[in-house]
Every structure is written in C-alpha cells, then in structure tokens.
Design a protein around this ligand. Structure first.
Ligand code: SF4
Ligand code: SF4
Ligand code: SF4
Length: 331
C-alpha cells in the first residue's frame, strides 16, 4: 500500500476552501473584508452560537488517512524536504541534511508544515526515536468549529483544508486545536495568516500520494483509506506485540484523527498529549455554545475552556542525552 500511487474517487471534487499557499493572495481582499463585516453583523444581531457549532457529524466513512509507524522512521527528514517543495515553502535556515536541527525541539510553523524531532529511546540509548509532527486532520476538527468565518473545511477525503484569503487573524483555531498545530505568521503584521499541513489535498484528489509519504524511504508513512489504515496498524501491533505498545494513537483521541501513529515507545514520552478525551473537543463545549449568544467576547472564554482541557501539550524538555545521539541525517 505504501509504495504505490493510488487513484482516488473524484466525485467529491467541489471543494470550495482548499487551503495552501499556492495562488493565494496575502492582501486583505474585498472578500475577507466582507467576511469580517458579515461576522460583525451576526454578532450585533445576537445570532445564537449554535449556528456556528458543528452539526451531529461523524466524519466521512470513505475518507483517507495516514499511518506513521514511528518504529520505522530513521530521521532522514526527506518528508520535510518533500513537503517544503510541494507546498512552495521558504528555504529552511539550515539544509535538510543538517542533523544539528535535532538539538532543539521544533514545531510546525508558518515556515514549515511538518518537522521531525528526535527523542531518547528508553529501551536502547544508542537508537533514538524520531517523531514526525504535522496537523492530524481530526475527524471533527476543533479548528474548523472555532473559526468564526468558516475558513476551514473538513473535506470528504479527510484533509482539513483552509482558505487563507478568509483568515483575518483571530487565532481562535490555534487556541482550539488540541494538538497545537496551526502555525501563525507573526512576521506579517498587515496580512495575518494561518499555515498548516493540508494532507496534500490538491495531490490526493489527483490520485497522487501526499508528498511526504511519497518521499519517505523507510516505509514509516502509509497513506490509504482511514478504515484500512486502522486495520493495518492493528495488524502490525498484533503481529509484533514485542515491538509495539498496544495503542493506535489517533484512533479515538479527540474524536479520532485521519493521521494515526503506532510506536514502540509510550506516546507520552514522545510529547503526544495523553489527556485527550475520546469525544471531539467541541462536543465538550456544545452545551455552552448553545446557551450563549455569539459575540466576540464569548469566543475567548470558550476556547480558553478548550485550552484548559488540553493544556498538557508537547512540553517535554529536551534532555542532554538526546543531544548525544547521532542520526541518519546528521553530519
Ligand atoms: S490537529 Fe488541530 S489544526 Fe489539525 S484538524 Fe485537528 S484541530 Fe484542526
Ligand atoms: S501531507 Fe503534504 S502538507 Fe502534510 S506534511 Fe505531508 S507533504 Fe506536508
Ligand atoms: S521521510 Fe520517513 S523515515 Fe525520513 S524522517 Fe520522514 S517519516 Fe522518518
């Protein structure tokens, strides 16, 4: 499954909010201005907040997903390089072959949609563990529900895309995301924009693999239908119980995600949030959403609640031992 390009069904190709950088305008457009005005109008009119909450939605059954097998990742950063090229991101500060980047814990940002970090291996101090990080494409994304102007879209393919032309920089999506994923371009004071992985939506609707999966040389990334990805993950764990911990991360966390992980090391040790409920984050606040009118002042309180529920994000300190390890990408 991992080595072949897949042809996807394309009957659902009428995506209105396909995000990404290519072709996007970074000027405050008339459309964006109108969106902001419309939102202000709704707020002034006291429209009920439930108008912005998600309907009873349980995801797209035939949607795609990705499996990261952390035991197979060698830290080569080919995925970062391919993502950078496919999404026309700026050149990195250091070459992708420069392993000194592993001295710090990096995070996806406005400059990079995915990063690979190195962690200590508790079972073998000479073989570190690598974790690729990007948006997890939640089945019921809190970012999409948080966004007051619907700049995000959960597509039938499973990708959570966004329209940078609509974004006016409120950053509610950043606060709402239980995985702390949307990056924000702080260097553009006049043209704020959110940046995150879009599961290479443009590529997958054309039948191509996401660029990172195509580039991965070690079989650490497998793209396919999410249902099949879950079965594959479960089979690997059952076939090699000594190799994997018995947990598919993302199968249920925060209502489930399209990007799933299996690992030989407990996920908490790799900085994954281990306190997420099985229900989508927004369900925990739905009662609150239904009981208050939508005014700008309620959103900070709402997403403060979500933030409090998920505040145990990746704060794993970098240990001195981590710096001693070498990697395939290091010089
Ligand atoms: S991981 Fe965060 S940014 Fe990605 S879909 Fe989920 S809520 Fe949205
Ligand atoms: S799926 Fe595409 S956008 Fe997301 S990390 Fe991989 S290459 Fe980057
Ligand atoms: S390309 Fe594959 S093996 Fe290399 S760092 Fe990325 S996920 Fe790991």
């Amino acid at each position: 499954m991992s080595g072949k390009k897949r042809r996807l069904d394309q009957e659902d190709d009428e995506q209105s909010n396909v995000g990404g950088r290519t072709g996007s305008s970074f000027q405050i457009s008339r459309r964006k201005f109108l969106s902001m005005s419309a939102l202000a109008g709704c707020a002034a009119a006291g429209f009920p907040a439930s108008a912005y909450s998600t309907p009873e939605f349980r995801g797209w059954p035939e949607s795609y997903g990705m499996l990261t097998d952390i035991t197979a990742c060698v830290g080569c950063r080919s995925c970062e390089k391919a993502c950078n090229k496919a999404n026309e991101m700026p050149a990195p500060d250091k070459p992708f072959e420069d392993g000194t980047v592993f001295k710090e814990r990096r995070w996806p940002s406005a400059k990079t949609l995915t990063v690979v970090n190195r962690y200590e291996n508790p079972d073998n101090p000479f073989v570190p563990v690598y974790r690729k990080i990007q948006c997890n494409h939640c089945m019921e994304p809190a970012c999409a529900t948080a966004c007051p102007i619907h700049a995000y879209t959960k597509t039938p393919e499973g990708a959570v895309t966004y329209n940078p032309d609509l974004c006016f920089g409120c950053r509610y999506c950043v606060i709402a995301c239980p995985f702390n994923m949307p990056g924000y371009d702080y260097e553009s004071a006049l043209e704020p924009r959110i940046v995150k992985c879009i599961l290479c939506h443009g590529r997958i609707i054309e039948g191509q693999l996401p660029a990172c999966a195509e580039a991965c040389p070690g079989g650490a990334l497998t793209f396919g239908r999410r249902n099949d990805i879950v079965k594959l993950a479960r089979k690997r764990i059952m076939d090699s119980p000594q190799k994997y911990i018995d947990h598919i991360y993302g199968e249920h966390e925060a209502g489930g995600t399209a990007w799933l992980y299996i690992s030989g090391v407990p996920f908490k040790q790799l900085g994954f949030p281990d306190n997420l409920p099985r229900k989508p984050m927004i369900e925990l606040t739905r009662g609150y959403l239904s009981s208050v009118p939508v005014i700008f002042t309620t959103f900070p309180a709402l997403f403060g609640m979500i933030y409090a529920l998920t505040k145990n994000r990746d704060k794993t300190p970098l240990k001195e031992d981590d710096l001693k390890h070498t990697s395939g990408g290091e010089k």
